[in-house]
Write a protein that binds this ligand. Structure first.
Ligand SMILES: Nc1ncnc2c1ncn2[C@@H]1O[C@H](COP(=O)(O)OP(=O)(O)OP(=O)(O)O)[C@@H](O)[C@H]1O
Ligand SMILES: [Mg+2]
Length: 263
């Protein structure tokens, strides 16, 4: 692989609990199972969800579990400097140090952002080759992208988050990089095909024309996506699968990874 070739995938939105870290972990394992070298940068130093998931994965092996592929990983603390300029310079330096450490040795760098607007998160968005935004099945979450009329699905207003992504896109094209691929993935979908589900779908279709993202099928709400956290494993790591729901979950995760179009 050429130097500086690592593809950066950022998991981001500005709403807590939509499934960024869960999806990040599954994308990481999905890429590892394709024999890709992966590094993870966790920008959510308060929760460290992905870093903790990965520590559990290391412990699983250390305690006699079967070998599972591991990514490299780092957690970046937000700067505590009191002057904004110093804070931003420190955040920038820390992110650059982590990227420099990984970028020549891996195929993919996955960056998991916190569920709020931070300077580190903005920096990550500006670096994203692929931005993955998980969205729950609700009009409240849809507001994170833009205001859409619930009756005729007209897009009334774009959100601060969407404006920020557009700024990142402009920044990228000014620096001569290929366009960012922005993918919106629905997560925690209800298993019943509800009326709400359909309306969110219609609204997303209206939004995707206006904002230019790719809207792809995602993950249903399933216990298996949360119960494996203590073992550090994912549905992709399980050797034996004994329910139809698990077969569907594995298929779902692989479809999301495929839909990133990075392999
Ligand atoms: N598809 C899913 N099915 C079931 N539970 C899920 C699914 N996705 C996420 N969860 C659960 O939802 C909660 C929030 O998920 P997660 O931590 O991945 O979100 P997040 O966007 O990273 O949150 P934050 O913004 O706080 O970092 C967790 O308890 C997680 O286990
Ligand atoms: Mg998280």
């Amino acid at each position: 692989m050429e130097k500086n070739d690592a593809h950066i995938i950022v998991l981001g939105n500005e709403k807590g609990g939509t499934g960024k870290s869960t999806l990040a972990m599954h994308v990481v394992v999905g890429l590892l199972e394709k024999d890709k070298k992966v590094a993870v940068i966790d920008l959510d130093a308060r929760q460290k969800s992905v870093a903790r998931y990965l520590q559990n994965r290391q412990s699983f092996m250390a305690n006699g579990g079967t070998h599972v592929a591991m990514p490299e990983f780092a957690v970046i603390m937000q700067s505590g400097a009191s002057v904004i300029k110093d804070r931003e310079a420190e955040d920038q330096e820390n992110l650059k140090t982590a990227l420099d450490k990984f970028k020549d040795n891996v195929d993919f760098i996955i960056i998991d952002c916190p569920g709020n607007d931070t300077y580190l998160s903005r920096l990550a968005h500006a670096l994203a080759d692929t931005l993955v935004t998980p969205l729950n099945d609700s009009f409240i979450d849809l507001d994170l992208l833009g205001e859409v009329s619930p009756t005729d699905f007209q897009v009334k207003k774009l959100s601060f988050y969407t404006e920020m992504v557009w700024e990142s896109r402009k920044f990228r094209s000014a620096s001569g990089k290929p366009p960012m691929d922005w993918i919106v993935v629905r997560t925690r979908l209800a298993s019943l095909d509800s009326r709400n589900n359909k309306r969110v779908h219609d609204a997303l279709q209206a939004l995707q024309k206006r904002i230019m993202f790719r809207y792809v099928p995602g993950l249903y709400e399933r216990v298996i996506y949360k119960e494996l956290f203590p073992s550090g494993l994912t549905i992709l790591d399980l050797e034996k699968i004994n329910s139809l729901s698990h077969v569907a979950a594995r298929q779902e995760v692989r479809s999301v990874v495929d839909s990133l179009n990075v392999l």
